[in-house]
Ligand binder design. Structure first.
Ligand SMILES: *[C@@H]1O[C@H](CO)[C@@H](O)[C@H](O)[C@H]1NC(C)=O
Ligand SMILES: *[C@@H]1O[C@H](CO)[C@@H](O)[C@H](O)[C@H]1NC(C)=O
Ligand SMILES: *[C@@H]1O[C@H](CO)[C@@H](O)[C@H](O)[C@H]1NC(C)=O
Length: 510
């Protein structure tokens, strides 16, 4: 879970399905080759940041500069580096069919390029072997926000075209070392909003922005131009890695490669022509920014028009190189927004102003602006509309819902709201499928509680609770883990308040 929730610091809530006893569908209503899983990411999960040759990522630097509101960091996180074996057993016990994790680039290649760290290599080999041994399909995110700090120091990371060569070389190591067992590769997490949070509002590492656009006072950066430059290099890096995979590995390893974006469905606030166009413009900026180049070879017209010369152009050769470099689209989905037209303002713009819209969490909320709404309701139907839209707009590519999940603040094991959220979003996915959408997988965010990029340890998404007060960091199954496990056993079970969590279940804490 990352930027947009982070950016707005949301308190999510939704209407739970209540006591309705019948789900109305089972696992077997989904195709055989559809996969259900859950996910984690390296910096959020592994800990062990200074162990076995890992070098710092930009998130180590950012958190240690005290940039999190709760002053937290991922030094220990969920200690997955040491607990992965037990966690994979929990993955299997939960009947998950697939598991998505990310590789820490600075653990595998501590200098950013060049020598592979044998201990880093061993960790990921062990993790992958353990998943394979339990019959769990392996999905790998190659870079989940945690760029090696050395590359940030050397040439400002994603702001430099030099990142393309280094990312490609890193990808080459991943494909070569792990591709015999990994068939699902995603290059980058939330490519769209990660760029905005890192270079526009400064909420994510490396925390660059320029006044008045930052969430805090900005010291270094340029919110008007850097998001566009960073995205440009990101797209070139993705395309270069994807072409390498296709040219050198795909025929033999038979896998697929895609990219991940953060998504929210956008409803027009009214049916005026201006608002209908505004909600389309919103999609062009948030999805088209990444997907139009990688599917069709260029940025959306609406972006060229509003961003003008701050949007770097693709040369003809680049355009050919980037187009058609997706085997699938990975999406993270948490909520929808209501969008209305807002005239382009005079003066300097950041990404948000360039879109020329106002957004709200519901029809009756005030616009979000740079401020913070108190709540955005979950919107399962938005997931269906989104998936159908992406299929239609971007060539019917397969879609993996790589993250969707429910935030709590109280750590409770009795997460009936999360169970309701999962039921509703899985149902909405099924509706999309029945309408003909090409959706292939559903990953619950997150497998365990972890360090959250937006909120540190102040909120939880885990199917499994981690007690961060206890040094042993014990895992405990939430109701949601037990519900998901039974659903995937193809049982329509009801977990009632009486028989839940009596400790006798197979997912008791390790
Ligand atoms: C950002 O870059 C643009 C274009 O180079 C420049 O006009 C503007 O002054 C810069 N803004 C800041 C805050 O440095
Ligand atoms: C806009 O039109 C759609 C389709 O006819 C309708 O479902 C929706 O309620 C309308 N929205 C508003 C705000 O009137
Ligand atoms: C914890 O929060 C959830 C909603 O996020 C709520 O449904 C539940 O009742 C809360 N539990 C406790 C023990 O406060």
């Amino acid at each position: 879970m990352a930027a947009a929730i982070a950016a707005f610091s949301l308190l999510l809530f939704l209407s739970v399905q209540g006591a309705s006893p019948v789900l109305g569908f089972t696992r077997s209503d989904f195709p055989e080759d559809f996969v259900f899983g859950s996910a984690t990411s390296a910096y959020q999960y592994e800990g062990a940041v200074a162990e076995d040759g890992r070098s710092p990522s930009i998130w180590d630097t950012f958190t240690h500069a005290g940039r999190m509101r709760d002053k937290s960091n991922g030094d220990v996180a969920a200690d997955g580096y040491h607990k992965y074996k037990d966690d994979v057993k929990l993955v299997a016990d939960t009947n998950l069919e697939a598991y998505r994790f990310s590789i820490s680039w600075s653990r595998l290649i501590p200098k950013g390029r060049g020598d592979v760290n044998p201990q880093g290599l061993e960790y990921y080999n062990n993790l992958i072997d353990e998943l394979v041994r339990h019959g769990v399909q392996v999905h790998v995110m190659m870079c989940h926000l945690d760029l090696p700090q050395v590359l940030e120091d050397e040439y400002s990371g994603w702001l430099s075209p030099r990142i393309v060569e280094d990312f490609t070389a890193y990808a080459d190591v991943c494909f070569r070392e792990f591709g015999d067992r990994v068939s699902y590769w995603t290059t980058l997490d939330e490519a769209n909003v990660a760029t905005v949070a890192s270079y526009d509002n400064g909420q994510f590492a490396p925390g660059r922005c320029s006044d008045p656009f930052g969430v805090t006072k900005c010291t270094v950066g340029n919110s008007s131009v850097e998001p566009y430059i960073a995205q440009h290099n990101t797209l070139l890096a993705h395309a270069s890695a994807a072409r390498l995979y296709r040219g050198k590995y795909q025929a033999m390893q038979k896998g697929v490669i895609g990219i991940n974006i953060f998504t929210m469905w956008s409803y027009p606030l009214t049916n005026s022509t201006a608002d209908l166009k505004a909600s389309q413009r919103f999609r062009d900026f948030y999805f088209g920014w990444v997907l139009e180049p990688l599917v069709f070879g260029d940025y959306p017209q609406a972006m060229k028009k509003n961003v003008g010369s701050r949007l770097p152009p693709f040369t003809k050769i680049q355009s050919e190189a980037i187009r058609d470099t997706l085997d699938f689209i990975g999406i993270n989905y948490y909520y929808s927004l209501y969008v209305n037209d807002h005239p382009l303002e005079k003066g300097i713009h950041d990404f948000a102003l360039d879109i020329s819209v106002e957004c709200r969490g519901s029809r009756i909320d005030p616009p979000i602006g740079q401020g913070r709404p108190t709540s955005i309701p979950a919107d399962p139907e938005g997931l269906q509309l989104l998936v159908e839209y992406l299929n239609e707009a971007y060539g019917n590519l397969p879609i993996y819902i790589q993250e969707t999940g429910y935030e709590t603040k109280n750590g409770s094991l009795h997460d009936t709201d999360r169970v309701g959220y999962m039921k509703n979003h899985i149902r909405s996915t099924l509706t999309a499928l029945r309408n003909g959408a090409n959706v292939k997988g559903y990953f619950a965010w997150s497998f365990t509680d972890m360090f959250e990029f937006g909120s540190g340890f102040r909120s939880q998404y885990g199917l499994y609770r981690v007690d961060f007060e206890d040094e042993a960091l014990p895992r405990q199954a939430r109701l949601s883990a037990r519900w998901y496990s039974e659903f995937l056993k193809n049982k329509e079970i009801q977990i009632s308040e009486e028989n839940e969590l009596d400790g006798a279940g197979s997912h008791a804490q390790q």
